[in-house]
Write a protein that binds this ligand. Structure first.
Ligand SMILES: [Zn+2]
Length: 281
């Protein structure tokens, strides 16, 4: 299965952190191979492609050896697909970066495909309690079914911080935020216990924090992309957990025939499809 590409030679790649490859942008989002050429052409003219070093939405893809990962033969393709990016991001943030110990508390803010993958990894790692925050009732119900001890709706009056601090015995060890919403992040910092860790996973712009509360509490804030994962080494880990029933990624997936791609987008926007996967033929 394909995933993001990396050069394999820079300092970050050599250290096992290819998500921070020096050529990450040119290899994944330039529309070409990173050297100015494109993987496809038509009538001699370049066709821009190679998103994530491969491109998808097609029956065939041109990928590199480095961003092609072997998965167990029994893993259904519709389950493998999210492991290339979103599920890898959520699970990797927990298992590669936060590395909770059994019994640690972990809170996930935003229960989309990334957040629920983080939740499943946290549950598999023995986090207790695992707590989810999301405004959509159906997603909160799904989170509870996946092992969250509590699933809370965001509230405007600040009760959320108190609720999380109560549930976690004085503040969470770990928080994964997938929303990047400033009001959620400011609350997240107050939900942590001393020396607690906040992982920022959602794409966002700017947020301001009260510096005194960060330093007085020894809070650590991580920026994490692609779960800080080395795909060839990491993806088999959630795949193996899935086989043992401990990472039920299939419960997040809704498949759509490729020709109904518009329905998949609508389902994602409306929150009815947590992780839409397109299928061919
Ligand atoms: Zn590199």
């Amino acid at each position: 299965m394909p995933t993001f590409h990396s050069c394999g030679a820079c300092a970050q790649c050599a250290a096992g952190h290819p998500a921070y490859c020096h050529a990450q942008q040119s290899l994944n989002v330039s529309g070409g191979r990173g050297d100015g050429s494109t993987p496809l052409s038509r009538d001699g003219s370049p066709v821009h492609a190679g998103f994530f070093g491969q491109s998808g939405f097609a029956t065939h893809a041109l990928a590199h050896e480095r961003n092609t990962v072997r998965v167990p033969a029994g893993l259904p393709p519709a389950v493998a697909a999210p492991l290339g990016c979103g599920a890898q991001t959520g699970a990797g943030t927990v298992l590669n970066r936060l590395r909770p110990r059994p019994g640690d508390s972990l809170v996930v803010i935003g229960a989309g495909g990334v957040g629920l993958s983080a939740l499943m990894a946290a549950v598999a790692a023995g986090c207790d309690p695992a707590v989810v925050i999301d405004p959509v009732a159906a997603r909160r119900a799904l989170a509870t079914g996946l092992g969250a001890k509590a699933a809370l709706a965001p509230t405007a009056d600040g009760d959320l911080v108190t609720a999380v601090r109560d549930l976690t015995g004085g503040g969470a060890h770990h928080i994964v935020d997938t929303t990047s919403r400033p009001e959620m992040l400011r609350q997240a910092v107050r939900m942590l216990r001393p020396r607690g860790e906040l992982a920022l996973v959602g794409l966002g712009t700017e947020v301001t924090f009260d510096v005194m509360s960060l330093l007085a509490m020894g809070v650590r804030v991580h920026g994490v992309i692609e779960g800080d994962s080395d795909p060839g080494r990491f993806i088999p880990e959630p795949a193996a957990l899935h086989r043992r029933g401990r990472f039920p990624l299939d419960r997040l997936v809704t498949t759509f025939p490729f020709e109904n791609i518009g329905d998949a987008v609508d389902g994602m926007r409306e929150g009815t499809a947590v992780k839409p996967v397109l299928t061919f033929g």
